[in-house]
Design a protein around this ligand. Structure first.
Ligand SMILES: [Zn+2]
Length: 326
C-alpha cells in the first residue's frame, strides 16, 4: 500500500469509521512506516470534532472537520521561533495568523471513494499555503486558506472531508447513528469566487462501488489445456485484496478489486476462460459457437490502462511478452 492511500484513510480511521479490514491494512502499514505514524499523530492532534446536533433527519451531517493546526498551536510554535528570529518573525506573525476564503483556482480538489468511504481532499496550489474546511449549515463547507508557518515542522497543508456510506441512501453520522439522505441532496463547497455542488448520492455510489484494479497490482497468468480451454488467471499483488472478473461486453472484461482483508494473494485470484473449438472458433458461455476473425482481440480493462490480447495469442497459449519463457 502506498503511503498516500493510507493517509487518505486517516481521517476516517481516527473517527473509527473505517472497516475492520481497512484497520488491519492501516495498522500493518503503520508498523513498518515511521513517517505515516508521525503523520497520524499530527493529524490526531489537529482534529476538531463537529458536535452540532442534527436538526432534522434529512440533514446529512456526517462530515468531520479537520484543521491542520489549531490556533493555539500556531502560537506555541511561533513562540519558540520568535526566540531565535526575534523581530522579523514577530512582525510576520500578524500576517501568518490571518486566513481568508480560498479562490477556487488555488485549490485542487480530488475525491477518493472506496470501501464505502468518500474523502474529499483539498490541496493548495500556492506554495506555503494551507487549507482548512469549515463546516456550515446545510452540508456547506467553506474552503479557507492561510499562510503556512515558516520554520514549523512540515504539516500536511491539505484539508479533508470524509464520510462513510452504509448503503446507497444511508450515511454514518458522527454519533454512530445512521441517517438517510434523499437523492437530490448536495454537498456545497464555497470558494471566494464560486460555489460547487456535489451530489451526495453520486458520492455514495462511487464510494460503494469496488474500484477497478490498477494493472501493476495484478499478475496475469495463462494456461491452456488439452481440450482447448484457455484459462486466464488474475492474481492480486496486494495482501488483503481479492479480484473479480466482470464481463463488460463481447470479448471485453474488467478487473475489479475488493478489500476482504483475508487470504493469500494466490487464493484471491479470479479466472476467465476461453473455450476454443479450433483455432478460429470459440464456444460462448451460452453454448453457441462463434467464428473468430483475424483481428479479434480480448480486451482487459484496468484502472490505468486497457490491454488487448489477440485470440491467436490465446490459442498459442502465450501472453504477449512471454516468448522467452516459451
Ligand atoms: Zn507510510
Amino acid at each position: 500500500m502506498k503511503c498516500e492511500v493510507i493517509r487518505d484513510l486517516f481521517p476516517s480511521y481516527i473517527d473509527g469509521l473505517t472497516s475492520e479490514e481497512s484497520n488491519e491494512l492501516i495498522e500493518e502499514h503503520l508498523e513498518e512506516c515511521r513517517e505515516c505514524r508521525e503523520y497520524l499523530d499530527d493529524m490526531k492532534e489537529d482534529i476538531v470534532q463537529e458536535n452540532q446536533p442534527v436538526k432534522n433527519k434529512e440533514a446529512v451531517k456526517p462530515f468531520r472537520k479537520l484543521r491542520q493546526k489549531t490556533r493555539r498551536k500556531i502560537f506555541l510554535t511561533a513562540g519558540g521561533a520568535v526566540l531565535v528570529c526575534g523581530l522579523i518573525f514577530g512582525r510576520g506573525l500578524l500576517y501568518y495568523g490571518r486566513s481568508w476564503t480560498a479562490n477556487s483556482e488555488d485549490v485542487k480538489m480530488t475525491i477518493e471513494a472506496q470501501g464505502g468511504i468518500a474523502t474529499l481532499r483539498f490541496a493548495p496550489e500556492k506554495k506555503n499555503c494551507k487549507l482548512n474546511a469549515e463546516a456550515g449549515e446545510d452540508n456547506t463547507i467553506t474552503i479557507v486558506e492561510s499562510k503556512q508557518i515558516p520554520f514549523a515542522k512540515t504539516y500536511n497543508p491539505n484539508a479533508y472531508w470524509s464520510c462513510t456510506f452504509i448503503d446507497e441512501d444511508t450515511v454514518m453520522g458522527i454519533d454512530g447513528q445512521n441517517m438517510d439522505f434523499s437523492e437530490d441532496q448536495v454537498l456545497t463547497i464555497k470558494y471566494e469566487d464560486r460555489t460547487e455542488t456535489i451530489s451526495i448520492g453520486e458520492l455514495a455510489s462511487q464510494a460503494l462501488e469496488n474500484p477497478v484494479a490498477q494493472s501493476e497490482d495484478v499478475k496475469m497468468t495463462l494456461e491452456k489445456d488439452d481440450t482447448g480451454t484457455v484459462t486466464l488467471g488474475f492474481f492480486p499483488e496486494l495482501m488483503g485484496v481479492s479480484l473479480k472478473v466482470e464481463d463488460t461486453g463481447e470479448n471485453q472484461i474488467l478487473i475489479r478489486q475488493y478489500y476482504d482483508g483475508q487470504g493469500e494473494p494466490v487464493e484471491n485470484g479470479a479466472f476467465y476462460t476461453v473455450d476454443f473449438i479450433d483455432e478460429n472458433t470459440i464456444r460462448l458461455s451460452d453454448g453457441t459457437e462463434r467464428k473468430l476473425s483475424q483481428d479479434d482481440v480480448l480486451t482487459i480493462e484496468y484502472e490505468d490502462k486497457t490491454e488487448e490480447i489477440a485470440f491467436s495469442d490465446l490459442w498459442e497459449g502465450s501472453l504477449p511478452g512471454d516468448e522467452q519463457e516459451g
